[in-house]
Design a protein around this ligand. Sequence first.
Ligand code: MN
Length: 736
Amino acid sequence: MIRIEDVIAKVEHNRPDADVELIRRAYLFSALHHKGQKRASGEPYLVHPLAVADLLAEMGLDEVSVSTGLLHDVVEDTLVDLDTIRSYFGDEIALLVDGLTKIAQISNLSKERQQAENVRKMVLAMITDVRVVLIKLADRLHNMRTMQFLKPEKRARISQETLDIYAPIAHRLGMGKLRSELEDLSFQNLYPEDYKRLAKEVDTRRPELEAALERIISTVEHRLRENEVPFIEIQGRVKRLYSLWKKLKKQKISIEQVYDLIAVRVITPNHKKYCYLALSVMHDTWTPVPERFKDWIAIPRDNLYQSLHTSVIGDGGQAFEVQIRTEEMHHIAEEGVAAHWRYKENKLGTADDNESIDELRKTVEKLLLPLVENSEADGDSEDFIESLKLDLFPKDVYAFTPMGKVIQLPRGATPIDFAYAIHSEVGDTCTGGKINGRIVPLRTELQNGDVVEIMTTANSKPSRDWLNYVVTSKARNRIRHWISEQQRTESIDIGRKLLEKEADRFRLSPKKLMNNDTEMKRIANEYGLGRPEDLLASIGYGKTLPRNIIAKFLGPEKFAELDPEKHKETRLETGMKAVKRLIGLGEDAIVVKGVDNLLTTRARCCNPLRGEDIIGYISLGKGIVVHNKRCKNVKQLMVNKDRIVEVEWAKSDKEEIQSVRLLVTTENRTGMLADITNAIAEIKTGIRNASASVSRDDKGLIEVTVEVFDKKHLDRVILAVEQVPGVIAVERMNAN
Ligand code: MN
């Protein structure tokens, strides 16, 4: 078992200034909380975080990463919560642990193979810090190394996930050694039969292959010395089983036809000229295989890998590969980003850690980007440069259904978007949502990795409010569609009632009118409408007067004969009109531009006065409601642009009287009320009502309702009142 002091010694060796006390505290904390837990092997659980910390120390990572390695499973597997981690170890470690915990949760949820691509994207989206990837990879490596105690199904699932998600990430980060080990372990656990067969096949050849390698290596050494090309080391390797297996399967060839079954690697001092010199010696020694030469020094691969590769035909016709690279290139090929980190550290010495983390992060983002952008796992992306222009994971959020299905949504999406993404029906009947088991408001923004459960109620309907917090067009369109459907249904209903009422007034059977489909259709067509329902909707919206429908139905003669207006007593009629005027409903006062004879009502909220700027809003069942343009409600109504109509005051010879309430604030003295009413009376204006009270701050408050003809008239009244000594302010009040 690894001891914590060994880990600390490694960190101190790589980073003399490291705060190793942090690592000790993390170790004690982890030991305390994992106490009593066992791994599948029966060993104490602590073995695992300790091994992960050791791998991280080996990579040369900082004390924060190593401490996080010790703590990485605490939140996931013990009762400790993130806040506790934060209070003991600070924000930085808490953030890293949180990222790792979320990835663990995602992995538990998504057991379906076909989701690998989405899950990979999501895992990447979780990576708010480079160190999260490295710690996760170390975690996975140790688990893969020690998985022999798990059941075969579980081994297969974890191995598949490793192949789908973590090996490609390691590859992108240039971590060749770690990637190879992850792949071979996955292969072994996922396809045990294939693995055994291939391993046996290679093993039977191994003595022969190793003998060949030995001969080749000594030839290489000899030839390089002879030509005075400096080198540090010559290595030999037999091709790894997983990549051999893939090659055999992909190219449908036998093991004898594999060019790079064995390879030698020449590692030169740190200058690329030595690589090219070595190459020329190799090509001078053996015959190169045409088109097998690759110069990844001149053109590095996306993941920063640099090397020369060539295949040659050796003595006895055996083909093998030669890789040539400098020592620095070799470190990068083996350790990728981690080496990059270490190099930076060594070179910069006292460099601010945050700065180098930042820089490293940028590198990692560049490296990982193609994994996010391309659907192919193999990452030798050609448009790497192009991809640099894009931000890293800005656009999408990945959330889960409780069954583990991934739903991809734009950023800012809410449970309602999620509900509509599952199914329109689910969206329409959605009544609530749970995120990670907790009930949340429907406007809550979803975060990566959230598990979202939608609660529905049969017959429940979308709400207009939802439009304010959905971001997907699917949700928006469905809600809009539903609202207009609903409005239409309502207005057809209202229209039908209004038409029935009007028919009644003409002593006409409503049924006789409504059920006469041919006539209704004809009239609808006259209005440019397709169906009778459209006509009813138009009545409901107040665009068409029911009276006019009756007129068209009856024809002019019959209409004139039956018109109830004509049978009314004249005196009563004038009486009605007078009352209407008094309550501000002068139906003749307003004309609608372009169309006439429409039902208009003054809005109660602002009670517009003749002469003021006005605007009309088509309202269900009320026809056109006329507002003062400055009314605070107008702004909201403007959202429904198609229901706004232009209106203006009718030219009228008749003087229409309208009541307006004024609130006058005055000094508190006796006689104020009398002075004000006198001032109003003096300009020949009627007063309907007046009352006085005292405000809490000892001001006089006088409410007076005056009868005015129009805005000019009102302005005169206000001016007159303002001039009364002791008056502080005059305000117009709304009608209700
Ligand atoms: Mn772990």
